[in-house]
Write a protein that binds this ligand. Structure first.
Ligand SMILES: [Zn+2]
Length: 84
């Protein structure tokens, strides 16, 4: 009830290969229309390019200049991602 769901997620730049973990949180409330997504701690080398309450639209900028969404809509087959 109104709790924030906190988790870490690995950011990986497909252009230069840089990777680091960011801390993020979402509202753990299925009634809400959007997840109230927020990045709580951005790792060194990455910054927010365009913030959004939707993790698939929250754009991250790598120091190499590449911009990519915090969370991709399509799931990559490379080993999958561990679920928190
Ligand atoms: Zn990069």
């Amino acid at each position: 009830m109104g709790a924030r769901d906190r988790y870490s997620r690995k950011l990986e730049c497909s252009k230069c290969g840089a990777s680091a973990f960011a801390d993020a949180s979402e509202d753990d409330d299925p009634q809400r229309k959007n997840a109230g997504f927020k990045v709580d701690r951005m790792p060194q080398g990455f910054s927010t390019d365009r913030p959004s309450a939707d993790p698939t639209k929250h754009m991250i900028r790598c120091r190499c200049g590449s911009v990519f969404p915090f969370k991709r809509k399509t799931v990559y087959a490379t080993g999958g991602e561990p679920r928190g």
